[in-house]
Design a protein around this ligand. Sequence first.
Ligand SMILES: Nc1ncnc2c1ncn2[C@@H]1O[C@H](COP(=O)(O)OP(=O)(O)OP(=O)(O)O)[C@@H](O)[C@H]1O
Ligand SMILES: [Mg+2]
Length: 222
Amino acid sequence: MSGGRGVILRPEDVVLCVGKRGTGKSTRAKAMLAAAMAAGQRVLAFDPHDEYSKHGRDSGQVRLGPLTQRMTLVELADNLDVLEEDGLALAVVPEGSQRDKGEDFAALVDDVLDVGELVFLADEVGQWGRYAIEALEELACQSRHSAVPVVLVAQRLTQIPKTARTQATQLNSGRQDNPDDLKALADLAGDDFAVAVARLARGEHKHWRDDAGPEPAKGKRK
Ligand SMILES: Nc1ncnc2c1ncn2[C@@H]1O[C@H](COP(=O)(O)OP(=O)(O)OP(=O)(O)O)[C@@H](O)[C@H]1O
Ligand SMILES: [Mg+2]
């Protein structure tokens, strides 16, 4: 399938959005969140480039995303009740070093799994993910129990920790050409998918779903 249309984020979903820089990952991820919001789902984005909310940093290079609220992680720590709100559509912008961001992400995962019933997206995993491997793995393995669909965005599939990768129910890939990434793509989605991804032009993508995955669970926030 193409574009973000028709992508329904279910509680058990772990969506990996990968591709070389500038292949449109964040653009497609924003479209997924817009669709989730339109479907009435609560949404939270870990947003290092400050690009997922209408109040983000307008660099002129990217189109800002659809989220209606923006906070730094420090501001969120003082306002954790916001995570309980109906209609949550919040971009959380981490600051500091990549290590700081990884540690902040790990703390946020605890809050997200505690509160539950929201779509949780994290971008730039390749930058800070090495400092949050356990949190990424816990998120991918446990989020279903908190009714938290997860979207992880990274330039390379191998930047997603392996245990988290094995939980993927959907893969949205722009061009990848590194042999390690192509091997990981083939392991997850099959040889034909990996071959097709290696041939994509900039701006093109392919979407894979684990058809053997669990049935969509019903359940909507009251
Ligand atoms: N389908 C498309 N057609 C034309 N332009 C696009 C398309 N998708 C994205 N773009 C543009 O390409 C640029 C890069 O897109 P985007 O920021 O989504 O890439 P990215 O994969 O997230 O890159 P990075 O890895 O650097 O974060 C942006 O200016 C965006 O507006
Ligand atoms: Mg991006």
